[in-house]
Design a protein around this ligand. Structure first.
Ligand code: NOJ
Length: 560
């Protein structure tokens, strides 16, 4: 063994008191629009999700995170909220949402809802009111609405650009400008305004009282702006790249932590509710600030998601994340795919170092080795599910779904496509509706065509096709989640095991005090097969042809 990163001090559980569910839970992300369509209109909905609760329960996950389901024009897939207390009619009704919360609870599944505090939709009552109000009015002060610069105020107040491309300011008919870090239909709220702060406490309470177990907080690193509005002199591509400028005027500002503490003290008045931050920040140390005991319970580790297929890099990032989380008494939170990034089986089929965002449109597409990526994707999921802490699976990860990188341009819906002037293809390729059955117009997603077309070969990746096939990716996940649940959640300890440089090997004790034995996870990220150590039981293997002696390249095993 080498380099113990023993985080025993971060484990609050004692023999008598189990750890809170979120510390070690597996959360399954449901992009509701693309999960299951209950009414055959081509768009996923709450009815579809409710009908699939038995599937989720049998999969063995602990919680679901539902992407925004609030009333919305869906200009940005629902991250443009028109009413935080109402359900989008294409998804269902508030009664159906309440029924879903109750049914999930009965099935032993917690529900995390997605809150979007940085911006509203332009259709939100507040923005409609702001547009009708005078410059300088209280209605305008809920947003960042300001006069422009230069003669006649014809230039935007700052040089900031939108994450989705183009300027971050749009002009109103009366000459003032409003800030939108994302699409022009998503005006940024002014978090310096006490009315905004109070409104969100009330929205939290609304969903807490309806039984939401947790909140995923959108753009958690962006709410607070430098009210002096300085120019930046750089473009805003930092959402997905980490905010690397010190004292950045809108990313990762110190002031936002005070707001988070207010939310946390509200949540703490309820039992075992949680918040997970979507915070894209520059370093593990900056991320840990969101995880202090009176702030978020979790924050996604996007460094882990962004890592190439490279054992040394994974080892560095895991070591750092475990240590930083332990410093603040929190737990690492792993994720490999979500609704914003190229699905990882496709990322891992590209040569290390490929910029997968630009590759989507620009190619060259013949560098993709899809089978290799699929193999690595399975191994990566086994690696993630063996790590201490919490893991997030994106819907379809359990089926090994790849990115649909070749969606026809005329079906693209992501605002990134238009705002980038057709230079970036956007995120639709990871949002293609799930295949549930081998046959049918949308492979069992719904009764009609799906809102985005599914590739024909997804018939073979459908839940129906994979169920009962012991070699399938779905059965691999069912097995891994079951072993994890019974063996890997008693503690949060990890120790690295000596292994060749291109191999990641770590050990996890299986009891709360380490006396029950241990499980080792081995992942071969090199090009050559390696010899496995002696073991008593091969618990899970990513490679259907796994034997007892060697681990092939791009494969992973869990050994007792
Ligand atoms: C992050 C969300 O995950 C993404 O889908 C959305 O476009 C932006 N935040 C803006 O809300």
């Amino acid at each position: 063994m080498s380099q113990p990163t023993n985080p025993s001090t971060q484990t609050p559980a004692s023999d008598t008191e189990p750890a809170p569910w979120w510390r070690r839970g597996v959360v399954y992300q449901v992009y509701v629009r693309s999960f299951a369509d209950g009414n055959g209109d081509g768009t996923g909905d709450i009815a579809g999700l409710r009908s699939r609760i038995p599937y989720l329960a049998a999969l063995g996950i602990d919680a679901i995170w539902i992407n925004p389901w609030y009333r919305s024009p869906l200009a940005d897939g629902g991250y443009d909220v028109a009413d935080y207390r109402a359900i989008e009619s294409r998804y269902g009704t508030i009664e159906e949402a309440e029924a879903l919360l109750a049914e999930a609870k009965q099935a032993g599944i917690r529900v995390i809802v997605d809150l979007v505090p940085n911006h509203t939709s332009e259709e939100h009552a507040w923005f409609v009111e702001a547009l009708a109000a005078e410059p300088g009015s209280a209605a305008r002060a809920r947003y960042h609405i300001r006069p422009g610069k230069g003669p006649g105020g014809a230039e935007p107040p700052t040089d900031w650009t939108s994450v989705f491309g183009g300027p971050a300011w749009s002009r109103l008919p009366d000459g003032e400008w409003y800030l939108h870090l994302f699409d022009s239909s998503q005006p940024d709220l002014n978090w310096d305004n006490p009315e905004v702060q109070a409104e969100f406490l009330d929205i939290f309470t609304f969903w807490l009282d309806r039984g939401a177990d947790g909140f995923r907080i959108d753009v958690a690193h962006g709410m607070v702006k430098d009210m002096a509005f300085p120019d930046l002199g750089a473009s805003t591509d930092a959402l997905l790249g980490g905010a690397t400028i010190d004292d950045h005027p809108f990313w990762d500002r110190d002031g936002l932590h005070e707001i988070v503490r207010g939310w946390r003290s509200l949540l703490d008045r309820y039992d075992d509710r949680m918040m997970v931050a979507e915070a894209w920040v520059a370093s593990a140390e900056r991320l840990a600030r969101y995880l202090r005991p009176d702030e978020y319970h979790q924050s996604f580790n996007f460094d882990f998601l962004g890592t190439d297929w490279d054992a040394a890099e994974f080892r560095r990032i895991v070591t750092e994340a475990v240590a930083e989380a332990a410093n603040v008494g929190s737990t690492p939170t792993w994720v490999l795919s979500n609704h914003d990034v190229v699905r990882h089986p496709t990322r891992y089929g590209l040569p290390n170092g490929t910029d997968w965002r630009t590759w989507l449109l620009d190619g060259p597409h013949d560098i993709l080795e899809a089978d290799l990526g699929a193999r690595r994707g399975r191994a990566a999921n086994l690696m993630m599910l063996a790590l201490p802490g919490s893991s997030y699976l994106y819907m379809g990860d359990e089926l090994g779904l790849p990115e649909v990188w070749d969606l026809p341009l005329d079906v693209l819906d992501d605002p990134v496509w238009e705002r980038s002037g057709h230079k970036a293809k956007g995120r639709d390729g990871c949002r293609v509706p799930l295949p549930w059955q081998r046959e049918g117009s949308s492979l069992g997603f719904g009764d009609g065509d799906a809102w985005l077309p599914q590739p024909a070969e997804w018939s073979g990746l459908s839940v129906e096709a994979q169920t009962g096939d012991p070699d399938s990716t779905l059965e691999l996940h069912r097995r891994a989640l079951s072993v994890r649940r019974t063996e890997l959640v008693d503690n949060e300890t990890i120790e690295w095991v000596d292994a060749p440089a291109t191999v990641l090997a770590f050990e996890r004790p299986t009891g709360s005090d380490g006396t029950n034995g241990s499980i080792q996870c081995w992942v071969n990220m090199g090009d050559e097969p390696i010899e496995l150590p002696a073991f008593t039981e091969l618990l899970v293997a990513s490679d259907p042809d796994q034997d007892d002696d060697t681990l092939a390249p791009n494969a992973a095993v869990w050994l007792r």
